[in-house]
Design a protein around this ligand. Structure first.
Ligand SMILES: Cc1ncc(C[n+]2csc(CCOP(=O)(O)OP(=O)(O)O)c2C)c(N)n1
Ligand SMILES: [Mg+2]
Length: 432
């Protein structure tokens, strides 16, 4: 009944294809049942006569695709995206704009002028590289640390700062905490920070899109490696795979979920390692390399639209800033470690080195650009903080088409309370 047979060979081939190391291949050598493959509806695989564990260490890690080295040199010229000087300059300047705005808004929170802030330091290339590879009609579901995608799409400094100050000009009318941006015009769904809630929503949106005639847009769902531990992440991966949804599941693996380091967050091969398990095409990239992210994202976009199937992209980077203004990361990591990622491994430094090599970098002009951005951001802060807050009634509107009875009652109660206690409410700061 047992023999070294063609099916034994095919097991070896399968194992090889999935890069399972030879120890395991050896174990399986003479244990296949001749000509027997599974007829179970749930799995198509060969039978073996010995119980064999597939150990995590037997499967090679998914490699990290990289184009630029630290010095800004393209290692394999076939991978040069051949972007024009103008495009590379826009990428660079958008990364600088985001980085500069982050520094000032972070400080503005420390001064008590806004309630909260989150920086994007170290992840600029993941945002800009991925956004540059998309079309504006592609719909974005973000987590909260993807402001660079909005920068690329044209969200203005004024819009960013009005949102952080929650004033009457804020698109969200002050309903959300700072950095919870949204823009209908830019196809960027408003952030909701209970982790991973955006993931099944994104997959659902992609499913709806695929049902449109001649669909030519996809959905991109950004999420952190910490959020990927939520049950919603599983639901999203599985629905995306089984319903063949044109969605790019973009994991920003920045090494931390607040103070939890990645090695305590999961024990497998990151988030990319999960993709094939769900039956999803998967790619892992160096998220500090804007060209690698760009090329991989282009590939994903083409794939999800052509095949009408999902793709997982894991961008490896390092969260250089604290988690948020409510965190002090020096309590759980060393300043020396941060410094490496804030200098030679920083995505802006790598792109700058590339531009210098190509003679596309003009020190004086770039310094002037940073100065100008600083001026614009500071000026906008002084304007945005003087704008009135939205009418307090906005608290109750825009969620339901018609304000339901229980909210009307709460609105009337608040109205009464404000009238009776006017001196305790800063009513003069609110739009009437
Ligand atoms: C359901 C839920 N649980 C906990 C939190 C609190 N929380 C906010 S951010 C965060 C860490 C998320 O880490 P990650 O997904 O890696 O994203 P990153 O902040 O690194 O960009 C946690 C635990 C939350 N917002 N929602
Ligand atoms: Mg993280």
């Amino acid at each position: 009944m047992l023999s070294v047979s063609r099916s034994a060979k095919s097991i070896q081939n399968v194992l090889k294809r999935f890069k399972i190391k030879s120890t395991l291949v050896r174990n399986c050598r003479m244990v296949a049942f001749a000509g027997h493959t599974s007829v179970f509806p749930g799995a198509k695989a060969a039978f073996v006569s010995q119980p064999v564990f597939v150990m995590p260490k037997d499967i090679e890690s998914i490699p990290i695709y990289r184009v630029l080295d630290r010095d800004g040199k393209i290692q394999d010229l076939t991978q040069d995206p051949n972007l024009s000087k103008e495009t590379v300059q826009k990428m660079f300047r958008d990364m600088i704009l985001l980085n500069t705005m982050d520094k000032i808004l972070y400080e503005s929170q420390r001064q008590g002028r806004i309630s909260f802030y989150m920086t994007n330091f170290g992840e600029e290339a993941s945002h800009i590289g991925s956004a540059a590879a998309l079309e504006i009609r592609d719909v974005i579901y973000g987590q909260y640390r993807e402001a660079g995608v909005l920068v690329w799409r044209g969200f203005s400094i004024e819009q960013f700062i009005d949102q952080c100050y929650g004033n009457e000009a804020d698109v969200g009318k002050g309903k959300q905490m700072p950095v919870h941006y949204g823009s209908k015009d830019l196809n960027f769904i408003t952030i909701s920070s209970p982790l991973a809630t955006q993931m099944p929503q994104a997959v659902g949106a992609a499913y709806a899109m695929k049902r449109r005639k001649n669909n030519d847009a996809c959905v991109v769902c950004y999420f952190g490696e910490g959020a990927a531990s939520e049950g919603d992440a599983h639901a999203a991966f599985n629905f995306a795979a089984t319903l063949h949804c044109p969605v790019i599941l973009f994991c920003r693996n920045n090494g931390f979920a607040i103070s939890t380091p990645a090695h305590e967050q999961y024990k497998g091969d990151g988030i990319a390692g999960r993709g094939p398990g769900y039956g999803i095409a998967t790619i892992r990239v160096d998220g500090t390399d804007v060209f690698a992210v760009y090329n991989a994202m282009k590939l994903c976009r083409e794939y999800v639209l052509k095949e009408s199937k999902p793709a997982v992209l894991e961008a490896m980077a390092y969260r250089v800033g604290h988690h948020s203004t409510s965190d002090d990361s020096t309590a759980y990591r060393s300043s020396a470690e941060i410094e490496v990622w804030n200098s030679v491994e920083h995505p802006i430094s790598k792109l700058k080195n590339y531009m210098v090599k190509r003679n596309w970098f003009n020190e004086a002009e770039e310094n002037e650009f940073v100065k100008d951005i600083r001026k614009r951001v500071l000026k906008q802060i002084s304007i945005s903080e003087k704008k009135l807050k939205p009418n307090w009634k906005e608290l109750f509107t825009d969620v339901y088409n018609d304000v339901p009875l229980h909210l009307q009652e709460q609105m009337n109660e608040l109205k009464r309370n404000i009238e009776e206690n006017k001196s305790y409410y800063p009513v003069k700061n609110f739009k009437v």
